[in-house]
Design a binder for this molecule. Structure first.
Ligand SMILES: *Cc1c(COP(=O)(O)O)cnc(C)c1O
Length: 407
């Protein structure tokens, strides 16, 4: 925290009041991990030599093989993005003639758009306070004769209770899709994430654990589903211009994205060690700051330690919005966790009306702090040092903010 003390000796030196920011380059919540450049080039040589750049080339096939074995599933199907993987999986799995998809509201910001592309109406469910995830209990309250599909999304830290969700879906004969974008490295009590429910979806966006620039993939043990999705992602064609399935489009992954993702996969174990280092530095430093609680990873199963999620407790002396505005001005791009929740957003398509008081309350309390490849352990000390400075000078900061920056 030494640098913060040097740079910010009084409240006037906060960037929100017009002075220089603590960081020259942004510290964000995006992972932005990159493989060794030569590793990336070595993979890339393959598509240069084969002169095949897309359409199920050698690198895409290798990536699919390696991801299937990583997740211990029979099949892996890649896509151009996590978004389109989810849309196509939801469309394929939803029970025909039914209109609703059950999903949490405290979740990924674009989840309702994804449902809309899949022509399904979101029926948002509540989450559990302890896990910030939906449970069999919160999902079962939303099941009705119109339920076409359950989408279970793992939260940013730790996982949903997978076994009880699988049992619930089986009991009601409703397909179950996991959005496991935040949990590719994780294990749950019953095994490796990737093989649960009817399928699981992942992202290879640069901000996620594995960086393929853009990209996504699905894992499943259902051969029919894998076959259908391979057709749909490539225009619905089988062979030459022979349309086999309706609703086809171009959602294929290309070779250069696969090269990047393969490089990141090679580096994954090392990355997790680096993430773990960063996480424990946050944990040590935050322990000295009353009013902020780090959401801890369960240490009994493998976890990626990527995301840094904190709760502002009642004794924290500023609002979350003010705290984030102060951090953002210092180029610390901390952000509110899943806020506003999806049921509070105005969207141009129908959703089942719901009342979710716990989600409303939780959406006000949490924030993600910077993580990933661009954040060093010294950066972590500075970020927490600034939080400490904010706490120690909260009354004066609040006054000055209310005065509109003038004193
Ligand atoms: C990022 C994200 C997605 C979408 O993935 P893209 O590859 O960016 O389209 C879906 N679900 C969750 C939970 C995410 O965080």
């Amino acid at each position: 925290m030494k640098r913060v003390q040097k740079l910010k000796s009084n409240v006037n030196e906060l960037a929100i009041f017009g002075t220089e920011s603590l960081f020259g380059s942004p510290k964000s919540t995006s992972n932005l991990v990159a493989p060794d450049f030569d590793v990336f080039l070595n993979y890339s040589r393959v598509f240069f030599e084969h002169q095949q750049y897309t359409n199920n080339g050698a690198l895409v096939r290798l990536l699919e093989q390696r991801l299937a074995s990583f997740h211990q599933t029979e099949f892996c199907v890649t896509f151009c993005s996590g978004f389109w993987g989810l849309v196509l999986a939801m469309s394929a799995l939803a029970i025909k003639g039914r209109s609703e998809v059950i999903m949490p509201s405290l979740t990924y910001r674009r989840m309702a758009d994804i449902a809309s592309w899949a022509k399904l109406k979101p029926h948002f469910c509540e989450v559990e306070e302890s896990s910030l995830a939906q449970s069999a209990a919160t999902v079962s309250r939303c099941i009705n004769a119109n339920t076409a599909l359950i989408v279970a999304v793992h939260p940013f830290v730790n996982c949903c209770e997978v076994a009880e969700l699988v049992a619930l879906a089986q009991e009601h004969n409703i397909p179950l899709l996991f959005d496991s974008v935040e949990s590719p490295y994780e294990f749950v009590a019953d095994g490796k994430v990737g093989g649960f429910g009817d399928a699981e979806c992942f992202s290879l966006h640069a901000s996620k654990l594995l960086n393929g620039f853009e990209g996504g993939y699905l894992t499943t043990n259902n051969a029919e589903l894998a076959k259908q999705l391979i057709l749909v992602r490539g225009f619905g064609f089988e062979g030459k211009d022979n349309v086999k399935v309706a609703g086809g489009l171009n959602a294929k992954m290309n070779e250069v994205h696969a090269a990047m993702a393969l490089g990141c996969l090679d580096d994954l174990e090392d990355q997790v060690l680096r993430n773990r280092q960063r996480y424990y530095t946050y944990k040590d430093q935050l322990a000295a700051i009353p009013g902020i609680r780090l959401v801890e990873f369960l240490a009994d199963t493998p976890t990626s330690y990527k995301n840094i999620l904190v709760e502002f407790l009642d004794v924290w002396p500023l609002t979350r919005a003010d705290t984030l505005a102060i951090l953002n001005a210092e180029k610390i791009y901390a952000r509110a966790y899943y806020s506003p929740p999806l049921h509070r957003k105005r969207v141009g398509y129908p959703c089942v009306p719901v009342d979710l008081p716990l989600t409303d309350a939780l959406a006000e309390r949490y924030a993600l702090l910077p993580c990933g490849h661009q954040v060093s352990e010294d950066d972590v000390r500075d970020i927490v040092g600034l939080l400490d400075f904010i706490r120690n000078n909260a009354a004066q900061i609040a006054n000055r903010l209310r005065a509109g920056g003038k004193e």
